[in-house]
Design a binder for this molecule. Structure first.
Ligand code: C2E
Ligand code: CA
Ligand code: CA
Ligand code: CA
Length: 275
């Protein structure tokens, strides 16, 4: 892709810090990795909080580094964003996800994370539309997860972009809810279908009463707006029971299933591959 060449890194001082040097090596590795396709998309299932029926999966990218082994996204997504490499990488992820998901039953939705950098690319709509067309995936099965930081800039452009995505039938989720600052405004200004409550609230459920109070008021608010709620980071039965009592719709977390490679997911969900 052309955009892969638009790097932010051009010049360094002679006295390049060790950190920059490490970053520089990682950037080179990352470029090679994209060229050589060293990435894997893993999938974490989410379930109906009440019935525990499967509802869908979230795509989470991993880097199969030839020396370092499996590298988690927190270790390379920020660099991919600052260098623009997230654009070709993100394009590959969307294609991979659509191809994988077409082999699954129609009631399994699939969510993809989009970074603010991808959101600024005018080609993103075409990338998504052609991945859908090429794979034949029903757009109703695709969900886009964005964080509030995406919405802070370029409000007008974002609005029309989101409207076009929604026009295709794609649904929209607000990720990491509760960690940003303009939560109420973003919720009402954009047509979200789902809110994902950040895992820090779930982790604090048994320690801080405030977490339950926050989740409870988000549930009330979301109901009023016709938005569904997922709790992330559900690790214990106790948390799941509390979340169910609070009225959360969906649950996702290690208790119910970790992110896993596609073959393992298909076994886990007992999905027979169509092809
Ligand atoms: P996220 O979108 O908030 O994803 C949830 C993270 O929580 C994932 O980490 C997941 O493995 C982890 N998680 C799930 N259940 C539990 C649990 O019960 N307990 C705990 N402690 N953690 C849990 P992961 O896969 O390392 O991804 C980290 C972040 O990297 C993601 O946060 C997302 O912001 C970003 N990311 C991952 N894949 C992609 C991608 O394809 N594109 C973009 N742009 N960003 C991605
Ligand atoms: Ca997410
Ligand atoms: Ca999240
Ligand atoms: Ca996150």
């Amino acid at each position: 892709s052309k955009s892969a060449g638009r790097s932010c890194y051009t010049m360094y001082d002679d006295a390049m810090s060790a950190e920059l040097e490490a970053r520089n090596t990682l950037e080179g590795d990352l470029r090679d990795a994209i060229a050589q396709c060293q990435f894997e998309v893993h999938y974490q299932p989410f379930y109906d909080a009440e019935t525990r029926e499967r509802r869908g999966v979230e795509a989470l990218v991993r880097w199969r580094h030839p020396v370092k082994g499996l590298v988690p996204p927190d270790k390379f997504i920020p660099l991919a964003e600052s260098t623009g490499l997230i654009v070709p990488l993100g394009e590959w992820i969307i294609g991979r996800v659509c191809d994988d998901a077409t082999a699954w039953p129609d009631d399994v939705k699939v969510a993809v994370n989009l970074s603010p950098v991808q959101f600024k690319q005018s080609e993103l709509f075409d990338v998504i539309q052609s991945a859908l067309a090429r794979s034949g995936l029903d757009p109703k099965r695709l969900e886009i997860e964005i964080t509030e930081s995406v919405l802070l800039e370029r409000a007008a452009e974002n609005e029309s972009f989101i409207d076009r995505l929604k026009g295709l039938g794609i649904s929209l989720a607000l990720d990491d809810f509760g960690t940003g600052y303009s939560s109420l405004r973003s919720l009402t200004a954009f047509p979200f279908n789902k809110i994902k409550i950040d895992k820090s609230f779930v982790a604090n459920l048994s320690v801080r009463d405030e977490s339950a109070a926050v989740i409870s008021s988000v549930v009330t608010l979301a109901r009023g707006l016709g938005i569904q709620i997922t709790a992330e980071g559900v690790e214990t039965e106790e948390q799941l029971a509390q979340l169910r009592a609070l009225g959360v719709n969906f649950a996702q977390g290690y208790l119910l299933g970790r992110p896993m490679p596609v073959e393992q997911l298909e076994q886990h969900l007992d999905i027979a591959r169509a092809s």
